[in-house]
Write a protein that binds this ligand. Structure first.
Ligand SMILES: [Zn+2]
Length: 491
């Protein structure tokens, strides 16, 4: 009952805010008309990043391109934050006031090179990376939202600060985790973000807490036929570990996900491998549920080393938390999504999307979303969970965080695919991105100008923490993966 009362207070505060927000005010009008006038500049930035796909921690071109875009419009850049060469923070300040943040990403995925706007598979450069998660749009869209807010702040003298966080290596869940560890997100009052998708909606779903970890075993080489008794196989250890984990599965919660690849397992059958490596992702809904499963996996690794008389070591790459959902921010984003409306696609976009969806296992007869999904806010025990993970999770434990998705690709397809790459470099993707930018700018302006909204977001964030505090799962002593010595360099 007490909870009900608290909730109703939060919602009455929101309703008060939304009455003013029902009509786009002059601040939003300023942001949106500037965005309209500069849309070609934003599209050129996204296209440029799309044309230079780089994988996580290697995004030197893309990271600089996006940072330059912001710098050319008056933001101050701090490069190389958290010891990550491609991470940055861009800041615009208009005097003392609240601090609003936007999350930007720019990494691509390996092997997904694909021509833009082609409804059939056509790699641009065989086996090269491609923007299969649309982060060219994500980064540019967030930056463009911040630029729109900046224009309104200048025009209408709105005090406060806007920060854009250039977060590398989302696909390996590295960037935001190491930035969080370094305290980069501290001091921000509220954070907004988005992800390109195939529908227009507030993302009111959490994601799985996850650890990315490698296990390496060291044995002894020997002639596999001549002197097998002198050898100790590191590959045996990997295989026994995997077998152990597969037996473990029966006894863990249904919602957990554990998967692995063998990244090194020897070179020839007639040489007992003295080195083998397996890379695991261990996921579950909540960090508290995920940690004991990870611990079990670690124990199985140790037991596999004992059984095979090898030695083992682990290398923690990253570990991220589930996303804490924020009810007032979700509500505010929904209102702004409704004010902006879904992206408007032309006949050419529809033709492209129809042809593209013919490649999907389940083609949708209406392949582009021109509706807005209804928002249903539910308490934490009824949250929906995405099947994947995101390092946005760690950010949501530090600052109240809200996010949306807009239609940037055809419905019915799968993520991390060439079908996303082709959309993320074409008109469909750009139109979705521009819609997202406007929604994020509108919500940002509401948050800068209405203290009640920020307060409601903060109160809800504190409630969702349930008395816990954020602790980064990566120890302070561990450098980001790309800055470590090559595996096996140190024994
Ligand atoms: Zn992504």
């Amino acid at each position: 009952m007490k909870n009900l009362i608290v909730l109703s207070i939060v919602f009455s505060m929101l309703t008060a805010g939304s009455a003013a927000a029902a009509r786009p005010d002059r601040n939003k009008a300023a942001a949106w008309s500037w965005q309209e006038s500069a849309r070609e500049e934003a599209i050129a930035c996204a296209r440029d990043i799309w044309e230079h796909p780089e994988i996580g921690e290697q995004e030197f071109y893309s990271s600089k391109r996006l940072a330059d875009f912001l710098e050319s419009h008056g933001f101050t850049l701090q490069h190389g934050v958290a010891g990550l060469p491609t991470a940055w923070v861009a800041t615009f300040s208009n005097g003392e006031g609240p601090i609003l943040g936007y999350l930007a990403e720019f990494d691509a995925l390996p092997g997904l090179s694909q021509e833009a706007g082609s409804p059939v598979r056509k790699p641009l450069k065989e086996s090269q990376p491609g923007h299969g998660c649309g982060h060219d749009l994500l980064g540019t869209g967030s930056a463009f939202a911040a630029l729109g807010v900046k224009e309104a702040m200048l025009l209408n003298k709105i005090p406060g600060t806007v920060k854009v966080f250039g977060c590398p290596a989302e696909e390996t869940l590295v960037g935001k985790v190491y930035m969080a560890r370094a305290g980069v997100f501290g001091g921000v009052d509220v954070m907004l973000g988005w992800h390109p998708g195939s529908e227009n909606a507030v993302t009111f779903a959490s994601s799985l807490a996850m650890t990315s970890i490698k296990f390496r075993f060291h044995g002894k080489t020997a002639h596999a036929a001549g002197d097998p008794q002198d050898g100790r196989s590191a590959l045996d250890a990997v295989e026994l570990m995997d077998a152990g984990v597969n037996f473990m599965r029966e006894h863990i919660i249904d919602e957990a996900r554990v998967h692995y690849v063998i990244t090194s397992g020897g070179g020839a059958p007639n040489v007992v491998p003295d080195r083998a490596e397996v890379w695991y992702y261990v996921r579950a809904r909540r960090t508290e549920e995920q940690k004991p499963i990870l611990e079990w996996v670690r124990q199985i690794a140790g037991a596999a080393a004992v059984m095979t008389r090898t030695t083992g070591e682990e290398e923690l790459l990253s570990t991220c938390r589930e996303v804490l959902l924020n009810d007032p921010l979700a509500q505010l984003l929904q209102e702004n999504l409704q004010q902006v409306g879904p992206p408007v696609f032309d006949a050419q976009d529809w033709e492209f999307a129809r042809k593209l969806s013919e490649n999907f296992a389940k083609p949708d007869s209406v392949p582009l979303d021109t509706t807005i999904t209804k928002l249903e806010i539910v308490p934490p025990d009824k949250w929906r969970w995405e099947s994947g993970s995101t390092d946005d999770g760690d950010v949501s434990w530090i600052v109240p965080y809200g996010r949306i998705t807009t239609a940037c690709s055809a419905k019915g397809g799968t993520g991390h695919s060439w079908q996303v790459v082709t959309c993320a470099g074409s008109a469909v993707g750009f139109k979705g991105m521009l819609a997202a930018s406007k929604v994020l700018a509108g919500a940002g302006i509401d948050l800068l100008t209405q203290p009640k909204l920020r307060q409601a977001a903060r109160e809800d964030y504190i409630k969702k923490l349930e008395g816990k505090t954020y602790e980064c799962g990566v120890p302070d002593s561990l450098p980001p993966p790309s800055l470590r010595k090559p595996a096996g360099a140190a024994k």
